[in-house]
Design a protein around this ligand. Structure first.
Ligand SMILES: N[C@@H](CCC(=O)N[C@@H](CS)C(=O)NCC(=O)O)C(=O)O
Length: 212
């Protein structure tokens, strides 16, 4: 039997969940290997990723760094011809801006969680205060434009845009950074996506280190 792909990441990470959702939706079996110490500065703890970032997909031919790169690799591995919608196939500027703001939000979320919750730096520092403002403005833009963006998407089995948006929105409550309450369209989108079996199989959780 060929070796299963190995996904090195964290069950509490929105980037990891994006990769896992792709694997689940595309029917790809994989082994999950948690990274327990996010403060580690040893690339070996990140499956050799020199950037010290996760997730990493490990294949017999080598590691794949970066979540979008991993999603594209998983789609290429999928046996069936799934219709996956990538950024370059989004139909217009508004949809491509939406993807950009989702990536921005995912980065801002790492900045806030790693900076304030992991490193314990002060939330009132302009570095975090400005990040939170930009993040809220981006969410407001996404909320105002979501309906029209979704209406314009071509038929698909899966899209990077919707899957990444869901991972981001669910992470806000999980990590208690920003509230989704003011954003009704985003909240409804997240509630609908939460029902998917793949979403339920990849719910956020903190990985527990096994003793011994
Ligand atoms: N560009 C990377 C970003 C991944 C990323 O920021 N992952 C977070 C976990 S959700 C991480 O590694 N955080 C540790 C850190 O920032 O030091 C990707 O697309 O995979």
């Amino acid at each position: 039997m060929p070796e299963q792909p190995r996904l090195v990441g964290r069950s509490s990470s929105h980037y990891t969940r994006l990769a896992r959702l792709f694997a689940e939706e595309l029917g790809i079996a994989y082994a999950f290997e948690p990274v327990h110490d996010l403060a580690s500065r040893d690339p070996a703890d990140y499956a050799g990723n020199p950037a010290l970032k996760l997730p990493v997909l490990v294949l017999p031919e080598g590691p794949v760094f970066g979540t979008e790169n991993i999603c594209r690799t998983l789609a290429a591995l999928a046996g069936e011809p799934f219709r996956v919608l990538w950024t370059e196939q989004l139909p217009d500027l508004r949809a491509r801006n939406a993807q950009e703001l989702v990536w921005h939000g995912m980065g801002a979320q790492v900045q806030m969680v790693f900076g304030m919750q992991v490193a314990g730096l002060p939330a009132q520092n302009v570095y975090f205060a400005k990040a939170a403002d930009g993040f809220r403005h981006a969410l407001a833009w996404l909320d105002a434009n979501l309906e029209s963006v979704l209406k314009g998407l071509p038929p698909r089995d899966l899209s990077l845009l919707e899957t990444s948006l869901f991972c981001l929105l669910e992470h806000l409550g999980f990590r208690d950074t920003l509230t989704l309450a003011p954003y009704h369209h985003l909240a409804a989108f997240a509630a609908a996506w939460r029902e998917r079996p793949a979403s339920q199989r990849t719910a956020y959780a903190f990985d527990v280190a096994m003793p011994g």
